[in-house]
Design a protein around this ligand. Structure first.
Ligand code: SF4
Ligand code: FES
Length: 163
């Protein structure tokens, strides 16, 4: 298998053909957020949180399932990408049925962590109050508002199309 030259956020890199953008980014210590990806399973590419831009294409690509191509110039973070990821998180939260306080993943959950990272997500999943400083606070102790997912639009993301 040959090797291909790519750039991740301007960092040049030589990687084996077939490497995913996600793996290539990891090699230069760039963390692309993921939710449905699991390193031991084939990529499912379902959630869309891992979108990145590839120079010359109007579309965004899912880093977990898209192999690098020779000469690719990949951008993993910019305001437009962050906005699409925020929308993805909001859509997931808008239909999320669970309650963190009852969930075995509580405090060990990537969705919880990503929701807390985003300043726009004032409310995380049920039972999880996201403070204004972005930290996750327990939303229990009789604070009923903190146990409710805020009403959010369920319309499709308005960002560039993804695949
Ligand atoms: S967001 Fe909360 S309810 Fe959902 S999986 Fe994570 S810990 Fe569980
Ligand atoms: S991590 Fe879910 S689509 Fe890539």
């Amino acid at each position: 298998m040959g090797a291909v030259n790519v750039e991740i956020n301007g960092i040049p890199l030589l990687v084996a053909e077939g490497t995913t953008i996600l793996k290539a980014a990891e090699m230069v210590k760039v963390k692309v957020p993921t939710l449905c990806y699991h390193p031991d399973l084939p990529p499912w590419a379902a959630c869309g949180i891992c979108v990145v831009k590839v120079g010359g294409s109007p579309k965004m690509f899912r880093a977990c399932s898209t192999p690098v191509g020779d000469g690719m110039k990949i951008t993993t973070h910019d305001p437009e990408i962050v906005e699409v990821r925020r929308t993805v998180i909001e859509l997931i939260l808008s239909t999320h049925p669970n309650d963190c306080l009852e969930c075995p993943r509580n405090q060990n959950c990537e969705l919880q962590r990503l929701a807390a990272e985003e300043p726009a997500n004032r409310r995380g999943p049920r039972g999880l109050a996201v403070r204004h400083d972005g930290r996750v606070g327990g939303g229990h102790h009789g604070q009923s508002a903190s146990r409710t997912v805020s009403g959010r639009s369920t319309s499709s993301p308005t960002g560039p199309s993804t695949r």
